[in-house]
Design a protein around this ligand. Sequence first.
Ligand code: GDP
Length: 364
Amino acid sequence: MHHPENDPSYLGLTVNKGVAQPPSINPYLNLRRKRQRKEYSVQEFVEGILSGNIALLSQAVTLVESSLPEHQEMAQAIIEQALPYSGNSIRVGITGVPGAGKSTSIDAFGMHLIGKGHKLAVLAIDPSSERTKGSILGDKTRMEKLSVEKNAFIRPSPSAGSLGGVARKTRETIVLCEAAGFDYIFVETVGVGQSETAVHSMVDFFLLIQLAGTGDELQGIKRGIMEMADGIVINKADGDNLEKARMAQTQLRNALHLFPLPESGWSPEVLTYSGYYALGIDQVWDMIHRYVSFVKENGYFDIRRNKQSKFWMYETINERLRNDFYKNAEIEKLMPQLEEDVLSARKSSFMAAKEALERYYSTR
Ligand code: GDP
């Protein structure tokens, strides 16, 4: 059939051949993906960390957090060599209920320190992160300014295991960060549960962030958190909230007078500030530095660190013993039966425990 398109001289709607389109997938991508991450030796890790290499520090922390025995072995060897270079930092624990402004404040505190030429590591202890699959603490996106600072190292909470296990890993990470030249270490935790006690056991100064006007200014007292605090700071002292913050300050100061003087000899102070508007940050740091000078002078700084080292030795032994025991195949089989025996009063708790322990030792 005749059609103008079939006429070779037709200039209307013809389809040009065009150029070949590039593939939609980058052909080099595969190559890049296949390239193996270099395996470093313990020596290379240690040298890298001591020279302040953040990539190697990060990888070493990953080894610390790993539960693979070969990673653990390597991590321990790195820590052992890093240990003589650690200890030269001010370790600050920071706690507060969700919404108290921890991340906003850490951002402001951290920028203050970095502005003075310091290097800051922000770590976190959040045992709930295993359940929620993803840590809520130490998340870089929560600290906008710090997260782009090369002198800030932000690491979310180790996620696996018991509180004791998570805390031990964070404590080991402190050693590595100090060896890498970080002279301020923050350990953040959320103001619920037992994690504060764990943080308290690894820091020089424990800072409690409180809010005014929530009607729970004194809630910390009940949970024993206030006795642990070396300083209490009331955040969001800005705008309409300023007056309320000052009232809460007075209330807290009065409440603290009822406590006996802590072993440090330092009476915890109560300050107001605004993390968001960066108001009063100097005063918070002035307090922390005065504390550090005070306890270095009276010897408590070393006493506290020595106590913590001892505590972590026993804690590590306890954790290891507990794990060995409960992960023992015989014990795993036996425990449900013993539980039943105890619940149905066939055996006393003590008899059942004795039986379990005897069985455990007989398998060793
Ligand atoms: P976190 O859950 O303890 O880490 O608390 P965030 O830092 O995420 O802060 C919780 C909310 O309080 C956010 O909406 C912040 O913007 C706000 N916030 C934090 N600090 C201040 C402050 O100093 N003043 C005011 N007005 N708001 C603040």
